[in-house]
Design a protein around this ligand. Structure first.
Ligand code: AMP
Length: 399
């Protein structure tokens, strides 16, 4: 593979796989959050500045049966133009075929072409080779800048790479920085390395927990998933979230932690509610002694103090998943306090990486996004990276 920053794109047509899967209003087609589009702009600009042209391909939404209006990438054209300082954006209403090919071959240095949604073809998600080969004919160089879909072995994210010679395939700037941040934490974390894992379900986080047991000094577990651990210890968790079929797994994780000298911290107390609702009655209790009919929806004040101490002592921090139901004001204190502690530790010199959909939403919502070292754009991809899996989108370029 080539190194993006060292490659001269003059007179090259760069086919970039971006992740423009942004939330779009179903009726007005307005873009509700353009973070993913913004993240691809530095890569696009470098190619244009070199004197190359850019062909952008992405998926949007989950179209099931071919083309549909609400998932058309045409809705992104105007905003993309604004993000590129008013540059005219050409649009091809197909991602393969004669029309797309002709538009691509007519591109001049400095031009930008956006292709229609890749997932209007079922072949994209199936990783179909013939489809990937057709896509590859649209550009001279392949750039993968879609970290958000790097864990998928789809035609445009992985399979396509084999149709380009080594020197004509590479990661874009976003992919490079995501990989660098993740590798820094996974492979060369300065200790103490504190992993903060939260969210709803143990079942979603088993593999990441197991992999982190090998690496992290401390693992803080918060959110709904903590209660399965308390039940495993014989605690009374009321009607808190619990995965009964994961109680054995929770026990195994605790046993392994003891063997590996990794310290697991569970929230000793909880903010509890009499129903899962913003207007529920609220109280607090020890997490192993929650009254019947009540559920833990946030970590309590003692747990907060304890977790903050551990975080302040860290040299490397990984955070995936909120500490409570942060979408409701009554249950956001824990997540907010943890976000603040991660920001403070970062200011003191720790390296902090926040990855995974809801913790990213939380640092954004509470205004700490620019106070941590790196905020990942890839939820599922980041999770799989930290589970220790090889991501197909990365492997295809590295080969
Ligand atoms: P995940 O996608 O697994 O990271 O889970 C994120 C979701 O977990 C968020 O929507 C939170 O509201 C939810 N969550 C966090 N803590 C709890 C809790 N104690 N009980 C129920 N849901 C929770």
């Amino acid at each position: 593979m080539s190194k993006f920053s060292e490659y001269n794109f003059a007179n090259q047509k760069a086919l970039i796989r971006v992740d423009f899967n942004v939330p779009v209003d179903k009726k007005t087609f307005e873009i509700k959050d353009d973070t993913r589009m913004k993240a691809a702009i530095p890569t696009i600009k470098k190619i244009l500045n070199d004197g190359g042209s850019v062909i952008l391909m992405s998926h949007l939404g989950r179209p099931k049966e071919g083309p549909e209006e609400k998932s058309s990438l045409r809705h992104l054209v105007k905003h993309l133009s604004e993000l590129l300082d008013g540059k005219a954006i050409q649009f091809a209403d197909d991602c393969i075929g004669e029309g797309a090919k002709q538009k691509a071959s007519a591109l001049k240095p400095g031009d930008v072409l956006l292709l229609e949604n890749l997932r209007f073809y079922k072949e994209e998600e199936k990783g179909d080779e013939a489809f990937a080969e057709k896509l590859s004919k649209i550009g001279d160089v392949y750039v993968n800048d879609a970290f958000g879909t790097a864990h998928r072995a789809h035609a445009s994210t992985a399979v396509i790479a084999k149709f380009f010679p080594k020197e004509k395939k590479m990661f874009g700037l976003l992919m490079e920085s995501e990989i660098k941040a993740a590798e820094k934490v996974l492979k060369s974390a300065e200790k103490p390395f504190v992993a903060i894992i939260g969210g709803a379900k143990v079942s979603d986080k088993i593999l990441i927990l197991e992999n982190l047991l090998e690496r992290a000094t401390d693992i803080i577990i918060g959110g709904g998933m903590a209660y399965t651990f308390f039940k495993a210890e014989g605690g009374n968790i009321g009607s808190s979230l619990c995965e009964d079929d994961r109680i054995e797994t929770a026990k195994e994780i605790m046993d392994k932690a003891a063997e590996k000298n990794s310290c697991i911290h569970l929230p000793s107390d909880s903010i509890i509610a009499d129903k899962f609702a913003a207007d529920a009655s609220v109280s607090s209790s020890m997490s192993t002694n929650i009254p019947d009919g009540w559920m833990g929806l946030d970590i309590g004040t003692m747990a907060c103090d304890m977790f903050i101490k551990v975080i302040h002592n860290a040299k490397t921090i990984l955070w995936n998943g909120p500490m409570g139901v942060f979408e409701m004001e009554n249950f956001q204190h824990g997540t907010k306090a943890i976000a603040k502690a991660v920001a403070e530790a970062t200011e003191k010199g720790a390296y902090s990486l926040v990855g995974g959909g809801d913790s990213v939403a939380a640092v954004n919502q509470f205004g700490f996004a620019d106070k941590v070292s790196y905020v990942s754009t890839g939820g599922g991809a980041m999770l799989e990276f930290f589970e220790g899996k090889e991501l197909p989108g990365i492997a295809a370029i590295n080969k």
